[in-house]
Write a protein that binds this ligand. Structure first.
Ligand code: CA
Length: 232
């Protein structure tokens, strides 16, 4: 499990790193907000511990920009003791928890473990495929961290495809699953909806995910078109 520590005070950063490594976490340190945000956006971390007072970009801005990019990386914010305003703005900006400095390591570890557990549950509820992320509760969709606005029907179709990746989905299967209807009258409707989805999900990305299986139906696949398949 990778944890990102964004903290410009080297002593504090090293203290956190050593402690977490003793507990079998892997830790990377960023010493300013800009570097911290870039690392947080790589998607390689399960949690970020983020100081509020940071050079280049303060912690509150980092959280805000992280959330605006669609990331739901759990963030534990480190604040100076007694700065209620920072705490409130931090939580409003999207921090998941906070810890006033100075703190005992045991306290930090307890917060980290609680956040990791919580995010594991949340994570389990999401549906992931390639760089697509679907939240079946809110019906929100992101590709590479960018939110995609879908209608309810489009969401239903995409969720069905993402739940059955690398599988040939015939128009009959799609009609039955997404429209509760028989195949014949729905062929055209399905094709129209697939073309809507392509516009929103694939058009702006080099790797196409929605592929046509000639004369059969569609397949969600992460690769370039092969003979017999097409991405139009
Ligand atoms: Ca600091």
């Amino acid at each position: 499990m990778n944890i990102l520590v964004v903290e410009d005070e080297k002593k504090v950063a090293d203290f956190i790193k050593r402690g977490l490594e003793d507990d079998d976490f892997q830790v990377s340190i960023a010493y300013n907000g800009e570097e911290g945000l870039n690392l947080a956006l790589t998607g390689e971390f399960s949690l970020a511990i983020l100081d509020v007072m940071l050079p280049k970009k303060d912690g509150l801005t980092v959280i805000k920009e992280l959330r605006e990019a669609g990331s739901n990386l759990p963030v534990l914010m480190l604040t100076a003791r007694g700065t209620t305003e920072d705490i409130v703005s931090g939580l409003e900006a999207g921090a998941d928890d906070y810890l006033p400095k100075p703190f005992a390591f045991a306290e930090l570890l307890a917060r980290v473990k609680a956040l990791v557990r919580r995010s594991e549950w949340d994570h389990g509820a999401e549906i992931l495929f390639a760089d697509l992320r679907l939240d079946p509760v809110t019906h929100k969709v992101w590709r590479s961290g960018n939110e995609i606005e879908l209608t309810a029907k489009e969401y239903g179709l995409l969720e069905y495809m993402v739940s059955n990746p690398n599988t040939e989905l015939t128009r009959a299967m799609i009609a039955e699953h997404c429209w509760d209807n028989s195949f014949d009258s729905f062929t055209y409707v399905i094709d129209v909806y697939v073309s809507y989805l392509r516009k929103k999900v694939d058009r702006d990305y080099p790797t196409k995910l929605i592929h046509t299986v000639r004369r059969k139906g569609f397949m969600l696949r992460e690769s370039l078109a092969l003979p017999g398949f097409s991405d139009r």
